[in-house]
Design a protein around this ligand. Structure first.
Ligand SMILES: [Zn+2]
Length: 146
């Protein structure tokens, strides 16, 4: 196992069920490994914010082929190793996790409540955009209030 930070490994941030199922090579190039190291360091701050509870990453880096296979957007921060989809089951729902991150001092570019997971990206723009996936498709600004 190759460690990127105290609690996150390269394997965790590159594993993909879709890649495994479809036989897609999801090995990141060296520049992306460096980006993943930064992402892991930023995830450590998120982990601490969430009470040091386990963060379960479902998608981190995506190679161009994998990104196409999962229907990711063309400019997805996942392609650069700067985004993760995750849950923190010990903390609460994706909405609860999003609320905690949105009201923290943690710098991020996009935070999206996707329904059953949280998308968090650390693109250098660090715009602190907060979005909610809408039931009919697309995204709305902000988080649900209920
Ligand atoms: Zn995502």
């Amino acid at each position: 196992m190759s460690r990127l930070s105290p609690h996150f490994s390269l394997e965790e941030l590159t594993a993909s069920q879709t890649a495994a199922r479809k036989g897609i090579d999801n090995t990141p190039p060296p520049a992306v490994i460096e980006a993943l190291r930064k992402t892991a360091a930023q995830l450590e701050a998120v982990r601490e914010l969430l009470g040091g509870r386990v963060i379960t990453v479902s998608s981190g880096y995506r190679s161009p082929r994998l990104n196409r296979a999962v229907g990711g957007t063309r400019a997805s921060a996942h392609l650069k190793g700067r985004a993760v989809d995750f849950n923190c089951y010990g903390f609460g729902s994706p909405l609860a996790v999003c609320r905690a991150i949105a009201s923290s001092e943690i710098p991020f570019d996009q935070l999206i409540e996707e329904g059953t997971w949280v998308h968090l990206s650390f693109d250098e723009r660090l715009r602190r955009q907060v979005r909610t996936k809408a039931p009919g498709g697309g995204y709305r600004p902000g988080l649900r209030s209920d």
